[in-house]
Design a protein around this ligand. Structure first.
Ligand code: R5P
Length: 299
């Protein structure tokens, strides 16, 4: 019998336990008066010598979410578990995937190594910003692609759209989804100021006049990238722009920025511990694809 446990209050724990027919073990959590976290597995005896699926996500409150996840992994190991498969759809710090400026850390690798060193035997994540960082985990890490699911959902609003990546780095994600539906794909030329974070676009020979466009990206944080890309596309004559993104952090005024830029719909995967109830936003359930990936690992 498989045991499933994870972040208290994260809906995916229960969805995966039901989908796999596993036993769900709740985690008790409290804060000490000084603000330190305490976690305890309820019914730890059920974990003994069993394979365990640990389900968590690292947004919001990335630092604390990571620590909470590490504490739960250690609690599982201390309870004499068998193999521990981590299902962490959103990996925080994933965009700092290399040293861009001297003196910086490779934060994405720090996170991945911390998960491994604390006791994960396998790591399944969803549409990680740079799959290369999973090499820091070793060969038992897997990136589950889902951009096709969001694009599939976007198609109901569009006619024969072109699929666009907002920058060259996101082209693989866009092309994966486009190939599933036999759609044309391309990318925009983005530059980000490493100090201010401001995004700008350089024109490329790309004809979107009177065409529908679906922009595919991994993360929407401030909304700056997508808002700017959308503006450029409308300026170039696009008819309608729908956005298909995986992780919708949507910090601050992000939704307002997207609305003002003219985004018609924002289709997101539900990978976080936060969901936005807003007319622009639609969520796609990616649980079946995660369950498929876990079953592959359990073979
Ligand atoms: C960057 O390379 C990522 O793929 C996203 O495009 C970026 O993180 C989005 O950030 P923001 O919404 O703040 O522009």
């Amino acid at each position: 019998m498989l045991v499933v446990t994870g972040l208290p209050g994260y809906w995916l724990v229960n969805a995966i336990a039901s989908g796999l027919g596993g036993v769900e073990i709740p985690v008790y959590e409290k804060l000490f008066p000084d603000g330190e976290l305490y976690v305890r597995l309820l019914n730890p005896e059920k974990v003994s010598n069993r394979s365990v699926v640990l389900v968590s996500t690292l947004y919001p409150d990335q630092g604390r979410s990571l620590l909470r996840t590490l504490l739960i992994i250690d609690a599982i190991k201390q309870s004499n578990s068998g193999r521990v498969i981590g299902v962490i759809p959103y990996l925080a710090y994933s965009r700092q995937d290399k040293v861009f400026m001297p003196g910086e850390p490779i934060s994405a690798c720090v996170v991945v190594k911390a998960l491994k060193n604390t006791g994960l035997d396998a790591l399944l994540t969803v549409d990680v910003h740079s799959p290369r960082v999973l090499e820091c985990f070793g060969d038992q890490a897997c990136n589950i692609l889902v951009s096709d699911l969001m694009v599939g959902n976007a198609l109901k609003y569009l006619e024969k759209p072109i699929v666009l990546a907002p920058d060259k780095g996101a082209l693989e994600r866009a092309s994966f989804a486009a190939r599933v539906y036999g759609l044309e794909y391309d990318y925009l030329e983005k530059t980000r100021d490493r100090v201010t974070g401001a995004v700008s676009y350089t024109p490329r020979e790309l004809s979107v006049r009177d065409r529908d466009v679906v922009i595919v990206d991994d993360i929407i944080s401030t909304g700056g990238t997508i808002a700017e890309a959308t503006r450029i596309l409308y300026k170039s004559g696009a008819r309608r722009v729908v956005v298909a993104a995986t992780h919708g952090l949507l910090v601050g005024e992000a939704l307002k920025k997207l609305e003002e830029a003219g985004v018609y719909k924002l289709i997101l995967a539900d990978t976080l511990l936060v969901r936005y109830d807003h007319p622009l936003v639609e969520y796609v359930d990616i649980t079946p694809r995660i369950i498929e990936a876990i079953k592959e690992r359990l073979k």
